[in-house]
Design a protein around this ligand. Structure first.
Ligand SMILES: Cc1ncc(COP(=O)(O)O)c(C=O)c1O
Length: 489
């Protein structure tokens, strides 16, 4: 074997047969084979290849800025000032942005955003997060000691899963996750070699969560593992539902009765569009239920700078609040996060601005409010538009996009296409999405990447493309679906 002119008698240490087997089992559809092919097609188009379309429209991932959403001016001004403090003397920056930047810099080592921070996150940011939670939840106290800043919500979620997983065989930790789910959960559980316990959301009633289904899945899981946590995504990804207050109360009661840790993924808390729907945080409902619950139920909730009206995915900002965690466990959690030093300090600074935006009377307030509402209003329009157009297509049925950034319609796939997919060794909705990409340039994610009831097929699309592109996309999906159905009938 020759490599760089050096002959090695032995093969590589790390081969596909000798890597961590759990890593091989990990799947993450949002950036899976469809997306890889989409990137390749984009390259082919650039090189002049002739296709039935001139551009690839990506609606596969909840990456708002990549789809043209504009950042909030104030956020970027403060981040620019923090990154290059000489700008503090520049008269074109508003005073409130400058004072915010000074406050953040004063909390940084050596007054530089390039220094490591405390592992749990910068003190003043954690205090601001706690105050934000208090305002959001109608005054229920939040202790900054219970706030951990994270590298996006993903990092917080994986860290808590790490704390949870132990045991062997029948005592191995099981974690309840919704199906369909955001595949971070299945991937992280696979990597940690924990047991995934699937509970199915009810598509027929707008992807609601039925307690009877939680009971069913828990009872079945207790036969082969040790269920210890229940994950909820609200508003939902990929399903776009917003849970009612009653449902949240029932879930909390269930977790209390069954002695489960609750993990509430609330990264879409500002993304609520449907009339009659409202975001209720698990923390608020827990405390409204009284001390019997609020003093006992272990609740971890997660938020992020990546979603809502911010869409600042690349800064990797986030936080988690841990409630009723045993102090000795909290010590272990703090130790665990210390090993990785700290989340990106720019992300922490951004999280601070999200939880402490410009206030009435400050110079940036009006622009901030205008930008924030414009982004959320457009998302609300696109949510309605998506549902409306998809539901006009025979063979596609789509629940209202009540919140978050996705639609997860059910698609009928003719038996012949199902057979062809089987022969090719792919899921039928993968075949559908691959054909859609090749024929129209539209990049969606097959429902099989998120989990779905056997025999049903879906795709997930984001509502993030600009309205004119979204219309083109929806019209093309409509045309494609009709064509696909005829082709395989
Ligand atoms: C439900 C849900 N949780 C967590 C995340 C991860 O977000 P972050 O960028 O904060 O890690 C996402 C990203 O799409 C998500 O949809």
């Amino acid at each position: 074997m020759t490599e760089n002119g050096v002959t090695s008698r032995r093969g590589k240490v790390l081969t596909i047969d000798t890597i961590n087997p759990s890593v091989k089992k990990v799947e993450y559809a949002v950036r899976g084979p469809i997306v890889q092919r989409a990137v390749q097609i984009e390259k082919e188009l650039k090189e002049g290849a002739k296709k039935p379309f001139t551009e690839v429209i990506k609606a596969n991932i909840g990456d708002a800025h990549a789809m043209g959403q504009q950042p909030i001016t104030f956020f970027r001004q403060v981040l620019a000032l923090c990154s290059y403090p000489e700008l503090l003397d520049d008269p074109s920056f508003p005073e409130d942005a400058k004072s915010r930047a000074r406050r953040i810099l004063q909390s940084c080592g050596g007054r530089s955003i390039g220094a490591y921070s405390a592992s749990q996150g910068i003190d003043c940011v954690r205090q601001d997060v706690a105050r934000y939670i208090e305002r959001r939840d109608g005054g229920i106290a939040s202790n900054p000691d219970n706030i951990y800043l994270t590298t996006g919500a993903s990092d917080g979620i994986v860290t808590i899963l790490k704390l949870l997983v132990c045991g062997e065989g029948r005592t191995r930790t099981g974690v309840m996750i919704p199906i369909p789910q955001y595949p971070l959960y299945s991937a992280a559980l696979m990597e940690l070699d924990a047991t995934q316990i699937s509970y199915y959301l009810n598509e027929d009633s707008c992807w609601s969560l039925d307690i009877s289904e939680l009971r069913r899945s828990l009872a079945a899981a207790r036969e082969h593992c040790n269920p210890r946590a229940l994950c909820i995504i609200n508003p939902g990804n990929p399903t776009g539902q917003v849970q009612s207050r009653q449902c949240i109360e029932d879930v909390i009661q269930f977790a209390a009765e069954e002695h489960l840790v609750l993990m509430a993924d609330e990264v879409y808390q500002d993304n609520v569009y449907a009339d009659g729907c409202q975001f209720h945080s698990f923390k608020k409902v827990l405390f409204d239920m009284g001390p019997e619950y609020s003093n006992t139920v272990e609740l971890m909730s997660f938020h992020s700078t990546s979603k809502c009206y911010m869409g600042e995915c690349g800064f990797r900002g986030g936080y988690m609040e841990v409630i009723n965690m045993d102090p000795a466990v909290k010590e272990q959690l703090t130790k665990l996060v210390s090993v990785r030093l700290c989340p990106p300090v720019t992300g922490q600074a951004l999280m601070d601005l999200v939880v402490n935006p410009p206030q009435p009377g400050e110079p940036s307030y009006t622009t901030f409010l205008k930008e924030r509402s414009a982004t959320l209003n457009v998302l609300a329009e696109k949510a309605k538009l998506t549902e409306k157009i998809l539901n006009t297509v025979p063979g596609i049925t789509c629940n209202p996009v009540q919140g978050a950034m996705y639609s997860f319609p059910k698609i009928s796939i003719p038996e012949r296409a199902v057979q062809e997919a089987k022969e090719k060794g792919v899921a039928p909705d993968m075949l559908y999405c691959m054909n859609l990409l090749e024929e129209t340039g539209i990049c969606l994610v097959p429902g099989s990447g998120f989990g779905q009831r056997d025999g049903t097929y879906h795709f997930r699309m984001t509502i993030l493309p600009p309205t004119d592109k979204l219309k083109v996309l929806l019209d093309k999906v409509k045309e494609f679906h009709q064509h696909f159905t005829q082709q395989y009938s």
